[in-house]
Design a protein around this ligand. Structure first.
Ligand code: ADQ
Length: 465
C-alpha cells in the first residue's frame, strides 16, 4: 500500500496520551506508511483588515514522529456555515433521525461545499500519486468529489462515524442529490452497522438508480463504489494499561470507599440530544418509584461533557437535563444520599477505567448512535471475576455486536427501569457469562481490526475503467 493520508475535520496528535483510541489507531496506521493527517486546525482566521484582499488560508505543517500533521484555519463565515451550520445543524440531526431539530438554512449547504472545496485545494498539492486517502465523517462527504474535480485518481475511502438514516429521511435533506453523487466519488464507503449498510444500499438504489453488481459493489454516475459495514472498536490494550495506572486505581479505591454502602450506576456521554439523557434520568426515577429498596442506595453518576454549546438544541437539552436532575434530587434526596450526581465536565481519560470498574451498571441508552464506544470501554474495564452489567440501547450501533448486554428501548421508560432492576439483581454467574461473551467481541473487533479491515477493503476495490 502507498502512503496513507487521513482527512478529518479535526485531528489529534497521536503521540499525546489524551488522544484516545481512534487517534492512536489512526496514528499507528499512519506511522506504518509515514503518512499525512489533514484537517481543520480548530482556529478561526483573523479577518483581513478592511479594504485589503481576504486572507488566503495557509497550510500549517507539523511533524509528529513519522506522521505529518497539516492543518488550515477557517474564516468565521466558513466555520459558521460549514461546521455550526450544515454539519451540526443539518447533517447531525438528520442522520440521527431528528428532522424536527434540523435547521434547513439554504446558506449552510453552500458554505459546506465551499469548505470541502477549500480542503481539496489545500490537500491536493500535498498528495503523491500512489497515496491512499481515508476521509472521516459527515463533515467531509463531498471531499472526494472535490478532489476528483482537481484530477485526483487516488484510492479514496470514506468512513461514516454516525448512523446512516433510512432512505426517506435521507432524501428529506435539502441537497441530498449533491451528497448522493458525491458519495460515488469514493471507492469504498464504510458504515458502522449492518442496519446502516441496509439503509445506504436502499438509498443509493432508490434515489440514485444505482445498480448492485454483487460483492457489495454499486454502479451509478459512471462509477463503482463498494459499501461495507466495518464497526469501529476501542484500543483494548490501551484501556487495560490505563486501568492499571495509578490514577485509575486511585479512582476505583476512592469511589469504592466513598460508596461502600451504595450501588453505583454510571453514564458517560457528550451532552448531546442523541444520547437519550432525559429519558435515562426518567427511567432511573421510575426505578426508585417502582423499587423503593433502591432509595438511599442506588446512585447514578452522570458525566455529560459540554458539547457544541453554540447550537441552540444543545442549550435546550442541557436545560432539560439539569431540570430533571434537580427535580429527582429534590424529590428523593436525603441528607446523606443524592440519587443523581450530575457532572457537566469531561472526565479525565485516565480515570475512566476506574470509574467504569467501580460501577455495578452502565447506562448507555442513546436514542440513536453510530456505534458508542463508552459501551465497549465499560466492558473492557470490568474485572472478569466480578463484572458489572451493561444496559444498552438497541438503537446504538454497538447493540448489533454486544447482544449479551441488556438491550433496551430508551423511549420505553418503564421497560428501561425494569432492565436496570434486572441488572442490579443479576446473579454473579449470569454477570460473568454475559461479560465473557461481550469481552470476546470487544477484543476481537478492536480499533486495530477496524483500521486494518477498512484499509484492506479499500485496497481490494476493483478500480473503474
Ligand atoms: P461520539 O458521539 O463522540 O462519537 P462515543 O462513541 O460515545 O461518541 O464516545 C467517543 C469517546 O469519547 C469515548 O472514548 C468516550 O470515552 C469519550 N467520552 C464521551 N463522553 C465523555 C465524557 N463525558 N468524559 C470523557 N470522555 C468522554 C461518534 C459517534 C459514535 C461513535 C464514535 C466513534 O457519534 O457513535 O462511536 O464517533 O466512531
Amino acid at each position: 500500500m502507498g502512503r496513507l493520508v487521513v482527512v478529518s475535520n479535526r485531528l489529534a496528535d497521536p503521540r499525546k496520551p489524551a488522544a484516545g483510541g481512534l487517534a492512536v489507531a489512526l496514528g499507528e496506521a499512519l506511522n506504518n506508511t509515514g503518512g499525512l493527517w489533514f484537517g481543520w486546525s480548530g482556529h478561526i482566521a483573523e479577518p483581513a483588515p478592511e479594504g485589503s484582499a481576504p486572507n488566503e488560508a495557509q497550510t500549517h505543517v507539523q511533524q509528529a514522529g513519522d506522521v505529518k500533521l497539516a492543518t488550515i484555519d477557517l474564516s468565521r463565515a466558513d466555520y459558521d456555515a460549514y461546521y455550526l451550520g450544515y454539519a451540526n445543524r443539518v447533517l447531525w440531526p438528520v442522520f440521527h433521525y431528528r428532522l424536527d431539530l434540523a435547521d434547513f438554512n439554504p446558506n449552510y449547504l453552500s458554505g459546506y461545499q465551499r469548505v470541502n472545496r477549500l480542503f481539496a485545494q489545500k490537500l491536493m498539492p500535498l498528495l503523491n500519486d500512489d497515496d491512499v486517502v481515508w476521509v472521516h465523517d459527515y463533515h467531509l462527504i463531498p471531499l472526494a468529489a472535490e478532489l476528483r474535480a482537481l484530477g485526483s485518481r487516488h484510492r479514496i475511502g470514506f468512513f461514516l462515524h454516525i448512523p446512516f438514516p433510512p432512505p426517506l429521511v435521507m432524501a428529506a435533506l435539502p441537497g441530498h442529490e449533491v451528497m448522493l453523487r458525491a458519495l460515488f466519488a469514493y471507492d469504498l464507503v464504510g458504515l458502522q452497522s449492518e442496519a446502516d449498510l441496509a439503509h445506504f444500499s436502499r438509498y443509493v438504489q432508490n434515489e440514485g438508480g444505482a445498480r448492485p453488481l454483487g460483492d457489495d459493489l454499486y454502479l451509478a454516475f459512471n462509477r463503482t463504489l463498494r459499501a461495507r459495514a466495518v464497526p469501529i472498536g476501542i484500543d483494548v490494550g490501551e484501556f487495560e494499561r490505563l486501568a492499571q495506572s495509578r490514577d485509575s486505581r486511585e479512582t476505583f479505591e476512592h469511589m469504592r470507599q466513598e460508596y461502600a454502602q451504595r450501588r453505583l450506576l454510571l453514564g458517560v456521554d457528550r451532552l448531546d440530544y442523541s444520547k437519550g439523557l432525559p429519558q435515562r434520568i426518567r427511567a432511573f426515577k421510575e426505578l426508585l418509584v417502582n423499587y423503593p429498596e433502591h432509595r438511599k442506595s442506588a446512585t447514578l453518576i452522570q458525566i455529560a461533557s459540554p458539547s457544541r454549546e453554540d447550537v441552540d438544541a444543545y442549550t435546550d437539552i442541557r436545560r432539560e437535563l439539569e431540570g430533571l436532575c434537580g427535580e429527582i434530587n429534590g424529590d428523593y434526596g436525603e441528607l446523606d444520599w443524592m440519587p443523581v450526581r450530575y457532572i457537566h465536565r469531561t472526565v479525565a481519560r485516565k480515570r475512566l477505567p476506574g470509574l467504569c470498574r467501580v460501577s455495578s451498571v452502565a447506562l448507555v441508552t442513546p436514542l440513536r448512535d453510530g456505534m458508542n464506544l463508552v459501551a465497549k470501554e465499560y466492558v473492557a474495564a470490568q474485572d472478569p471475576a466480578d463484572p458489572g452489567v451493561l444496559v444498552l440501547s438497541r438503537f446504538a450501533g454497538a447493540a448489533e455486536q454486544l447482544r449479551d448486554a441488556l438491550l433496551v428501548n430508551p423511549y420505553d421508560i418503564q421497560g428501561t427501569a425494569q432492565a436496570i432492576q434486572r441488572a442490579l439483581q443479576m446473579s454473579h454467574e449470569e454477570r460473568c457469562n454475559r461479560h465473557a461473551v461481550l469481552l470476546d467481541n470487544v477484543r476481537k473487533y478492536d480499533v486495530h481490526w477496524w483500521c486494518t479491515t477498512f484499509l484492506q477493503y479499500l485496497q481490494e476495490v476493483p478500480r473503474h475503467a
